[in-house]
Design a protein around this ligand. Structure first.
Ligand SMILES: Nc1ncnc2c1ncn2[C@@H]1O[C@H](COP(=O)(O)OP(=O)(O)OP(=O)(O)O)[C@@H](O)[C@H]1O
Ligand SMILES: [Mg+2]
Length: 327
């Protein structure tokens, strides 16, 4: 069943113009988040996941900027809008959970008050009492113990894990149509992580939200995602529905990521990791950016960037091996 795309990113290029040259952080990304689906964006550190998300939110700071491409929310183009226009288009509809929770909470306001304000500003509560009730309820749902008491804490009085849960509560309390969650559960212990992932799934289905979840953790992807995009060095290298990706992965990088998932009860010594590191995005050549780390790389891979080949329905892969298999 075809679903409407809430978010549609096409050929997005976001770069940083540094003294050392141009860093191509997001290099021609296409990505869709349909209504009512949870989409995962995975890849190693530095591959451009956060910059993709920040591009959507209009949060790329100098020396970076969106060079070209299109980002549509419900069919409305966001690239090129002023901050004010962007706030009016996205204000009530889009929320983001940031990777660094401390920077997005106001240090001089009690956390409960901050969440209540969000509800009042977005007209999701008409009275202070209602805002308080909804905030306590959301604090409980994200697993903040003694929720009512914690309402009057300042951010610095809370542990990193609790601050993260406050951020998650703040992003979800207004039931945005699109939630972008950048490593939302990384700082949390596994029980709380599971609780929050369940809550996201529930809100997604109940309110028909679209969720873009950024993570380096394929366990999280397997747990809640419907669709997955694998990103490497600024580009999408593979995209498929979650079961298709896990069962029929085609890209050697995806394979490497999957082999690096710690097995429960397994011996971490036997964890296979991908040799080498993500290339410096200042110096991306003409060939496949993964060629330097890939066991299957040929001269062609080193000379030419593969296209995204369609290898099955809704399954694309940027690898010459997939080009052959796809035929
Ligand atoms: N201000 C900046 N100046 C130059 N390059 C930058 C700047 N900010 C980010 N980058 C580069 O953009 C690239 C993508 O960064 P991004 O934060 O999107 O990675 P990520 O995939 O989110 O990584 P992580 O998993 O560590 O959060 C990185 O190579 C980074 O060095
Ligand atoms: Mg990041």
């Amino acid at each position: 069943m075809a679903k409407e795309n809430l978010l549609e990113i096409r050929d997005l290029h976001t770069s940083f113009f540094t003294d050392h040259g141009v860093v191509r952080a997001v290099n021609g990304v296409d990505l869709d988040v349909p209504e009512g689906r949870i989409v995962g964006l995975v890849g190693e550190s530095g591959c451009g996941k956060s910059m993709t998300a920040r591009s959507v939110m209009g949060l790329i700071k100098s020396p970076g900027r969106i060079e070209s491409g299109s980002i549509k929310l419900d069919g409305r183009e966001l690239v090129g809008l002023s901050d004010r226009e962007l706030r009016s288009v996205c204000g009530d509809d889009v929320s983001m959970i940031f990777q660094e929770p401390m920077t997005s909470l106001n240090p001089v306001l009690k956390v409960g008050r901050q969440v209540e304000e969000v509800l009042l500003v977005h007209h999701k509560a008409s009275t202070k009492e209602e805002a308080k009730r909804l905030t306590v309820d959301m604090f409980e749902r994200v697993g903040i113990p003694e929720a009512e008491k914690r309402m009057s804490a300042y951010p610095h009085e809370l542990s990193g894990g609790l601050r993260q849960r406050v951020m998650i509560a703040m992003a979800m309390v207004c039931k945005p149509r699109l939630l972008i969650a950048d490593e939302p559960t990384t700082a949390l212990d596994v029980t709380i992580e599971a609780q929050i992932l369940r809550l996201m799934k529930q809100l997604c289905k109940e309110h028909h939200m679209g969720i873009l979840i950024i993570t380096h953790n394929l366990g999280v992807v397997a747990e809640i995602c419907d669709d997955v995009y694998v990103m490497y060095a600024g580009r999408i290298v593979e995209n498929a529905p979650v079961f298709e990706l896990f069962d029929h992965k085609r890209h050697p990088y995806t394979e490497g990521l999957m082999n690096a998932i710690p097995k429960i009860g397994g011996n971490p010594e036997f964890l296979s990791t991908i040799p080498g590191v993500v290339p410096n995005l200042l110096h991306v050549g003409d060939g496949c950016t993964f060629a330097g780390r890939c066991a299957h790389a040929s001269d062609r891979c080193r000379a030419e960037m593969p296209a995204l080949y369609e290898v099955a329905e809704h399954h694309t892969c940027r690898c010459f091996l997939a080009e052959r298999e796809g035929q």
